[in-house]
Write a protein that binds this ligand. Structure first.
Ligand code: TYD
Length: 149
């Protein structure tokens, strides 16, 4: 019982931190294949998929946080940076392989930037689109995180 509690605690902790996840890669002379599916590879059940493409040079997407939704972000093609801020410190993840994805927990300020030409960002989320789940003001985000001003 104690072990189960410890394991649960470990998973809860992991779920609250960003995580770069390596996906299966089935190499084949005909071309490689990678995948993820519900209840495996990524730490949530998928409700929605969207993608960002045709990003003009120098543009950034995002710059907001989600109160509840979790995301998994993959550079299906090309490369870009995912910049995450927990209210106190910033971490930058460069995504440039289609068999790696970044798990982004709720309540991280996140921005996608430095897109290469023809890059394609695939994003899966555990929630349907809900504009009320967005925090678009960094100061409000920091206050909600309980950061000392
Ligand atoms: P948004 O998430 O604000 O993009 P970014 O943070 O990169 O600027 O989404 C831009 C617009 O697209 C916004 O009007 C909401 C709409 N949208 C949907 O309708 N469904 C979705 O799943 C997403 C992600 C956005």
């Amino acid at each position: 019982m104690k072990l189960l509690d410890e394991t649960k605690k470990y998973h809860e902790k992991v779920m609250t931190e960003p995580l770069l996840i390596q996906l299966p890669k089935i190499t084949d002379p005909r071309g490689n294949l990678s995948f993820f599916q519900n209840n495996n590879q990524i730490p949530f059940e998928i409700a929605r998929t969207y993608w960002i493409y045709d990003v003009p040079g120098g543009e950034a997407r995002g710059s907001h946080a989600f109160k509840e939704q979790k995301e998994f972000i993959i550079a299906l093609s090309g490369s870009f940076d995912v910049v995450l801020n927990d209210g106190e410190k910033e971490i930058k993840f460069t995504l440039n392989r289609s068999y790696y994805g970044l798990y982004v927990p709720p309540m991280y300020w996140r921005s996608l930037e430095n897109f290469s030409t023809n890059s394609l960002a695939l994003i899966v989320s555990d929630k349907n689109f809900d504009s009320n789940d967005y925090i678009r003001d960094f100061q409000i985000f920091k206050n909600r995180k309980g950061c000392i001003q």
